[in-house]
Design a protein around this ligand. Sequence first.
Ligand SMILES: [Cu+2]
Length: 583
Amino acid sequence: MKRFYLRCLTILITAPFAAEQLFAQNPLFIPDTLSGTPLNLTIQKGTQTFFTGYNTNTFGYNGPFLGPTLFMNKGDSVTLNVKNNLPVETTTVHWHGFHIPAVYDGGPYQPIAPSATWSPSFRIRNNAATYWYHAHIHGKTEIQVSKGLAGMIIIRDSAEASYNLPRRYKVDDFPLIVQSRIFDFFYQIGTATHEDSVLMVNGTMNAYLQVPKQVVRFRLLNASADRTYNFGLSDSSTFYVIASDGGLLAEPYPTKRLWLSNGERAEILVDFGKDTIGQKVYLMSYASELPRGITGADSVGANGINIQDGYYQNKLNGSDFNIVRFDVVASTSNPVTTIPTAFAPIEYIPPASSNASRSLIFTPDLVTSGQQGLVDGPFFINNRMFHMDSMNIITYLGHTEIWSLINKTLVAHSFHIHDVQFFVLDINGQPPAPELSGYKDVVLVEPGDTLRFIMRFEDFADKDIPYMYHCHLLHHEDDGMMGTFLVLDSALNNIAENNRVRNNLKVYQDFSTMDLSIRILTGKNAPSDVYIIDMLGRKQKHVFSGTLYKGETELKVNISDLNQGIYFVMYNGEFDLCKKIIR
Ligand SMILES: [Cu+2]
């Protein structure tokens, strides 16, 4: 409902777009850097003047808008003190792409209340690459990120340092945080989803950047709420993708086009050595080439149907537009002038080592929103909508899993999983394109596609605190296209109780008769399974299969025939919930 309401208040800022798009005129803002430990981040309110004469309310880290670029080294231990100075809003800070304990992950389960300070502390285990940090509070991620709660993280390591690559920040190595924003009638940042007609890089509209006449590295981050970009250079020259989300590729990939969906990163090299001083080259998005179904294409529905208000009026959709203008200037001292031929081979995870395969099926919730839901959601993952009490998947430390993402909706979804970097195995049975062949934590799944990837759950287990998997289109995520997984220490053979369950699953036990009264509260009618498992996860007793109707249902079962021990009542229905019992 909130989106319909906002849509009425929103106008498209087409006039500034049309006028200023032709004449890029603002020097690209490059965020300051922050390194060492502890790293202190203060989340604060601010204002920016994006449109002459109007103040826009914003959020930022250590400043009014966006945040400093954090530098970290693989192997270092880092403590971050994150102070929430927002007057009324709770937020979180997620370290996107990081392999760290769930308690420090910064997802919806680590809220930072106003005036509170959160101090996660962890060792950096990720490879050198480009990561980012952003708000991840359930239901408000889109508005908080859009208002400015996003920043870049650059991890360095000795392997990356051994190659002759540009790595002088702000000299030959530049962050490019690409975002499209919605402004309402009062020039305030909104969330009307398809009306994101204002393009910014590092918070700068119509940006230009002076680049030296040599090989330059750009760290591309798509931090937009919903839009996918099809990057290319206006002079049709080839650029070289050297890194994906979580590390260097095995070798630079020469290309003229690169898609990045929401949350994805890529590092690219552009050789300006061939250009003349004074030449101007645009980094563009060739969105006219994007297939239908991808947000940013000419029509968002894969079948050409588009039910979105404002989508066609948004000049960015389906057209080719400038992102930033590069003005070639004299080279620096000690320039990098060549493109490396190869990096280290990637150690892939063999599919034969997999302990489990799972399918995650994306479908629209047509009951809630009818035809509109085909392209606008809400969307389910395995028929589940996210709930703060969810516990959707349980896996074990040391396990390797293959997940199949099956997109049965009309729109593309950018799938992100916390804790791990994964490898794409295949898309509709075909091997992934070169830019998807390295370390990934986000991948775009087009309508109708089946994409398989492999990952290993290592180092961190927690029986209570889950990691997340979700669509990184922020309005899909906010609407509930998200789930949780627990990584358990298999050495303890311990299925954890879902301690976050408060009201939706209650179990009352009569210890003299071993009768259980299982009471399940649901918000809607849903096909459900209720059963009892032992500590190894083996099903011991079937309790109920069928439709549970909206409201509270009581199920009775007697467990006197089970051996003494600890068991769990499992409920898979509107949510996936779990409660410990003792026989
Ligand atoms: Cu989605």
